[in-house]
Every structure is written in structure tokens, then in C-alpha cells.
Write a protein that binds this ligand. Sequence first.
Ligand code: FEO
Length: 172
Amino acid sequence: MMNKNVEKSINEQIKKEEFSSRLYLAMAIWCESNGFPGAAEFLYKHADEERVHMLKLVHFVADRGGKAKLMPMNPPEQDYKSLLEVFKEIMKHEEYITASINELYGVALKENEFTTANFLQWYITEQVEEEKLFSTILDKISLVGADKAGMFHIDKELEGMAASKTVPEAGA
Ligand code: FEO
């Protein structure tokens, strides 16, 4: 049986990953209707990835004899002032998720749940990758400022990144 504190913390993380997916979906919708089709494509895919992050946790809880619970949540922000604001918010959100994963890892260690701690290593590595990716994109957007040609170029770049991204299976 899964330790109750660990189960509760994982369920909170399930909610956060589900929210991440909805947040990026809301941002993708904003990008699509504000002239950034490449950024939209990139964020639609990223929303799918967050859903996989959620599903991996759901399967892990089930495999360990626990019970995954879905929780109510408030809708994400759907209005943004600019693409810069979108990516600033993403960066802030990912830093929050990293802190949350680290906290969850701490709970697993405290409860001597080494299998869970081992499983969470994947998320720790993933967060490093995500923060690196989003800080690179954010730097680029900050650099071009309000320059229209620069923004067009960035949107194209995001489109290329979306095309080369494959969303992994939750069981992988
Ligand atoms: Fe599930 Fe973007 O971290």
C-alpha cells in the first residue's frame, strides 16, 4: 500500500499537472487568435505533454495500490497582453512546478518511499529541461521587443519546434 502522505502529495501534483495542461491550452487559444500560429502550435503540443505528466502520476498511484483523485480547479487566465507576457507567465509557472516536485520528492524521502523517490527522478530531470527551454524562448522574445519582423521569426521558430516535438506515451 502506498503511504497516505505520499498519496495525498501525488494527488496534489496530479492537479497541478492537469492545471498546467489547461493553462497552456488557454495560452495556445490566445496565441492562435492573436496572430501567433507557431506559438499556438507549440503550446497545444505542450498542453498534451502536461497531460502525459499528469497521466504518468495517475498510473503510478494505481500501480502502487493507491487511488488517484481528480480535484476541482479554477479556470486558467485566458487573456494576455502580449506573447512576452505569455512566456513570462510560463516561466513563473514552471518554477512553481519545479518547487512543487522538489517538495514532493522531500515527502517521499521523509516517508522512506524510495520507489516513489526513484520514480520522481524523471520529473526532476524534466523540470530542468523545461526551465532551460522556456528561459531560452523567453530570452529571444525579450530581445526582439516590439519588432514585428523579429516576432514573426520567433513565431516561425516555435512552429518548427512544435513540428519536431513528439509527445511521449504516458507509460514510457
Ligand atoms: Fe509538467 Fe511543465 O511540467
